[in-house]
Design a protein around this ligand. Sequence first.
Ligand code: DX5
Ligand code: ZN
Length: 221
Amino acid sequence: MKQFLLAPSILSADFARLGEDTAKALAAGGDVVHFDVMDNHYVPNLTMGPMVLKALRDYGITAPIDVHLMVKPVDALIPAFAKAGASYITFHPEASEHVDRTLQLIKEHGCKAGLVFNPATPLSYLDYVMDKLDIILLMSVNPGFGGQSFIPGTLDKLRQARRLIDQSGYNIRLEVDGGVKIDNIGQIAAAGADMFVAGSAIFGHPDYKKVIDEMRSELEK
Ligand code: DX5
Ligand code: ZN
């Protein structure tokens, strides 16, 4: 298993050329496509659904696709995203009536499952479901928009989540999402993250490979 995964967030890609821009970020060294789903209800913004994900698969994107559901309710969309080609599906526990059931539903549809924690959401949601998780995603901004600044308190929360994962003995990725840049990714990794979402840092730069290479060299330090 690769030690660190970089997940370009296509929320900041060129939506008019989404297939091409996604392929470009992968060719530049991205490992996983981060796919942000917003419903203008759970978060104040509106993005993409399963049809767009399927279009990326049809275009020829074969890399894992990490679907970050910022929707409420959650369950009704899971079969459609799994069918469209999602690899991972993560959701916010406070947006689901039955967290355990939603996790099971994701697994039953053949995808890896994860919980997402907003900056003010307590990690206690993990208490009884560690055995069902493939990913824990800590938001380092409030969800809804790309291009926001990393909230420094996330570092402590990452250290706590890392401890919980290590104590559990399960093989769970610790993902971080929001404001990840070349100049803070080293610190974020040192706090325990091993999967990094980056939207504006990659797509907002003319040379995706340069950004990804520099992020990797920070991770190797
Ligand atoms: C925000 C999304 C993020 C977003 C991150 O709600 O979940 O995935 O694309 O964007 P940056 O990397 O620009 O903070
Ligand atoms: Zn996201």
